[in-house]
Design a protein around this ligand. Structure first.
Ligand SMILES: [Zn+2]
Length: 483
């Protein structure tokens, strides 16, 4: 029986967040009333001519540069001819022979501290098609379909990886890393739920150690990072089962059924030659100067890898912290803002990685970002440092309330009456009665069992409903038992 290795390549489509469409001035706002953001150009009516959106070109080149690609100096658009109701012109303007960006790579984290380069075959610019709404559970059993052309003509980049990915988990990590970097350079919001980031996966199996490629299938309808992973896990099992039984894997396009958790055969795979591609005669070829490309490179912000290194050097953070904090731009920005107000980077990092990230993760894959402003975390940390509240109160009472209500921590502390008692005269009586009530424990302590101190402090905290300053109580008990 063979042990198989998965060979996975991804094809990702990302809608660019330009204000207007690629060849006309229609707006690109998501969620508008159906068929209200279209014009004769994006509907492909006779007599219209396209004019390329400069921003779309800039964004594509920036994506290519961020993914370590070579940028083509001379390029053009092709027409990809096919009929489908969501494509009013019966051709899609795309790039086949002269993609804007080629031969790049993206470094992704693997394991605890390793990284791996996944090759980027190409990044090209094309136009988005309209959206079909199928009446039925799935596209396969739909009785009829409705069409919305608001999306037709939104600039879209296609990113094709090399078949360098070896597991479903790696595929998910790659996608997350890609989303992070595209968000860093602010060319797309990359929301899988809204369809601004979509992914198809090509997968084949081969015996471990072999370098030949097996027959691949392409999986479509992957609407979340989790779906990508689940669908690939399923497909690996399915193909391994066929191969073990000596059956062929059909080269076909398969549809991921999220509910049933299976992939279903849709159609045999089409070949590029079916599309009769040719250079679009309505659009002039594009020549890019070296200066202009350098200009685009200068406009790129600091990317996650460079920022990670800087976080280690500048803030003295461990590699692991730096990697987690710089994965998403908004998280890295948040960290730097908090450190400006509370200059203890490791403490800030610990709070973000344990407490704040928990809230972000609760929002799921489509997290909208950090649920509180940096100034609020600064204030909370100052309250702890000043001995006004203790760490547990901050984590268990104040922070959840800050996230839920948006109130400032100082106000929450006041409303809930959480101020710590840091006045010895208020604690004298409680400390005395706790010692009196626990003579055995006191004897243990005096006999050298230092550990029981925790119990005694705990009793005082219990009596004061958690308000006593534990460090102070500790000191007071020590002092008392010395006498
Ligand atoms: Zn239009």
């Amino acid at each position: 029986m063979h042990d198989f290795e998965a060979v996975i390549g991804l094809e990702i489509h990302v809608e660019l967040s330009t204000a207007s469409k690629i060849f006309c001035s229609c707006p690109t706002t998501f969620g508008a009333e159906v068929n209200t953001q279209c014009c004769p150009v994006c509907l492909g009516l006779p007599g219209t001519l396209p004019a390329l959106n400069r921003k779309a070109l800039e964004y594509t080149v920036k994506a290519g540069l961020a993914l370590n690609c070579q940028i083509a100096r001379h390029t053009w658009f092709d027409r990809k001819n096919y009929f489908y109701p969501d494509l009013p012109k019966a051709y899609q303007v795309s790039q086949q022979d002269a993609p804007l960006c080629v031969n790049g790579y993206l470094e992704i984290p693997v394991g605890d501290s390793g990284t791996k380069k996944v090759g980027i075959n190409r990044v090209h610019l094309e136009e988005e098609v309209g959206k079909s709404l199928h009446a039925g559970e799935t596209i396969i059993d739909a009785v009829y379909s409705l069409l919305d052309y608001n999306r037709a003509g939104i600039p879209l980049i296609e990113i094709v990886t090399q078949p360098d990915i070896r597991s479903a988990e790696e595929a998910q990590t790659f996608l997350e890393s890609l989303r992070n970097i595209l968000r860093y350079i602010e060319i797309s919001d990359c929301k899988m739920q809204e369809g601004s980031l979509r992914c198809d996966a090509n997968i084949s199996l081969r015996p471990k150690g072999s370098t030949a490629f097996g027959t691949k299938t392409e999986i479509k309808n992957l609407n979340s990072f989790r779906a990508v992973r689940r669908a690939l896990e399923y497909e690996i099992k399915r193909q391994a089962g066929l191969l073990r039984d000596g059956l062929p894997v059909e080269p076909e396009t398969r549809h991921w059924d999220e509910q049933k958790g299976v992939t279903v055969a849709m159609r045999s795979k089409e070949q590029t030659s079916f599309y009769r591609l040719f250079a679009d005669p309505d659009l002039v070829p594009i020549d890019l100067s070296a200066e202009w490309i350098q200009q685009m490179e200068r406009e790129l912000p600091e990317l996650p890898g460079a920022r990670r290194e800087r976080f280690i050097d500048e803030y003295g953070l461990p590699e692991y912290d730096a990697r987690v904090l710089t994965a998403a731009k908004e998280m890295a920005d948040f960290f730097e803002e908090v450190v400006k107000g509370y200059n203890d980077p490791k403490t800030v990092s610990n709070w973000i990685m344990t407490e704040i990230l928990r809230y972000v993760k609760e929002q799921g894959e489509e997290a909208e970002g950090i649920p509180l402003p940096p100034a609020s975390l600064v204030e909370l940390l100052q309250l702890i440092e000043g001995g006004i509240i203790n760490r547990n109160q901050a984590k268990e009472i104040v922070l959840p309330e800050m996230v839920a209500s948006g109130k400032a921590p100082r106000q929450i502390v006041k409303e809930k009456g959480l101020e710590q008692i840091s006045d010895t005269s208020q604690l004298e009586g409680v400390v005395a009665s706790v010692l009196e009530a626990n003579p055995d424990v006191v004897q243990d302590y005096l006999g050298g069992k230092e550990k029981v101190m925790g119990f005694l402090v705990g009793q005082v905290l219990k009596e004061t409903k958690g308000k006593a300053n534990p460090r102070l109580v500790n000191e007071m008990i020590r002092e008392k038992l010395k006498q």
